[in-house]
Design a protein around this ligand. Structure first.
Ligand code: PDD
Length: 289
């Protein structure tokens, strides 16, 4: 829509001239919160309640506060006014800010504050027959872990918790106590002589490295089982390792601060580390080297 004015980090400007950093964590990791406020008769409705909810979200995520309540409300007013909105909504979003992409939660970075206003006859159902229909769906929010979406906020928060505890990775465990995967890795466990990893049933990301390692293991004659392992079985596991594009094959030596199994890497992990490194080198070495 031409002539529409938006706001970004201190400036009001035409919406088609606005830009944010390609490294903004709101874009890369969904590391942000937002509010939508109702505009009626050109006036923002209940701005204070929206501000307080936004603040609760920002505090929970340890994102810096971008503005005081009075600035928040005057920003909403100004967006509505500059866009001539009589009835519609104002959208505001605060992201953690822009920095080099990392799952860890960066400290002391400048949050990004952006907003725009939209004109609409609200609520829309009034024009659509005066009542509404619904359907029922199972609550699968968010259980589509097999899709490599950028909805990485839970992963990022978990990775930071691991880092705070002096660990490399956080391993997600389901409500039914099954080991799923790491925040940015897949998990393998050697149990009763067989290499176990979670099946690709939508509850984990089907890692490229996971598939390569399973293939290498089969070629090595190692028994493999794509079956979920219960968390209580981790401690009796002989070996455990993580896989991922930026991790390769990483042996695990401690779980929740407790050393488990024998010396890491164990024999199966060591074989797979060696095979994976050889494969990586073979497929990437410049010709003639
Ligand atoms: N992440 N599980 C999750 C949740 C991941 O985000 C990743 C990779 C993996 C391992 O998949 P692959 O072997 O294809 O890298 C498993 C990338 C490295 C990232 O977000 O940086």
């Amino acid at each position: 829509m031409s002539g529409r004015i938006c706001y970004i980090d201190g400036d009001f400007l035409p919406i088609d001239q606005a830009s944010i950093s390609i490294l903004d964590r709101g874009l890369l990791l969904a590391d942000s919160v937002y509010e939508v406020l109702r505009v009626e008769n050109g006036t923002i409705f209940r701005s204070g309640q929206h501000y307080r909810r936004m603040m609760r979200g920002l505090e929970a995520l340890a994102i810096a506060t971008p503005c005081a309540e009075s600035q928040f409300s005057s920003l909403c007013d100004e967006l509505a006014q500059r866009n001539g909105i009589e009835q519609g909504s104002v959208y505001l979003q605060v992201t953690r800010g822009a920095t080099e992409r990392t799952h860890l939660v960066p400290r002391n970075i400048q949050p990004t504050l952006l907003g725009f206003a939209s004109s609409a006859d609200l609520p829309k159902w009034k024009d659509q027959g005066g009542s509404v229909g619904v359907i029922t769906v199972s609550d699968t929010r968010w259980s589509h872990c097999g899709i490599k979406t950028t909805m990485l906020l839970p992963n990022s928060l978990a990775k930071q918790r691991a880092n705070d505890a002096g660990a490399y990775e956080a391993v997600f465990v389901s409500e039914e106590a099954f080991v799923r995967e790491g925040a940015s890795t897949n998990v393998f466990v050697v149990l009763d002589g067989a290499l176990h990893t979670h099946p690709t049933d939508g509850r984990i990301l089907p890692g490229v490295t996971r598939a390569i390692v399973l293939d290498l293991a089969r070629r090595e004659g190692i028994a493999t089982k794509e079956e979920a392992v219960r968390v209580e079985h981790l401690r009796k596991a002989g070996e455990m390792f993580l896989t991922g594009t930026t991790t390769d094959v990483a042996p695990v030596s401690t779980i929740d601060g407790v050393t488990f199994g024998g010396h890491a890497p164990g024999p199966i992990t060591e074989r797979l580390i060696t095979r994976f490194a050889a494969l990586l080198e073979a497929e990437t070495a410049p010709a003639g080297r």
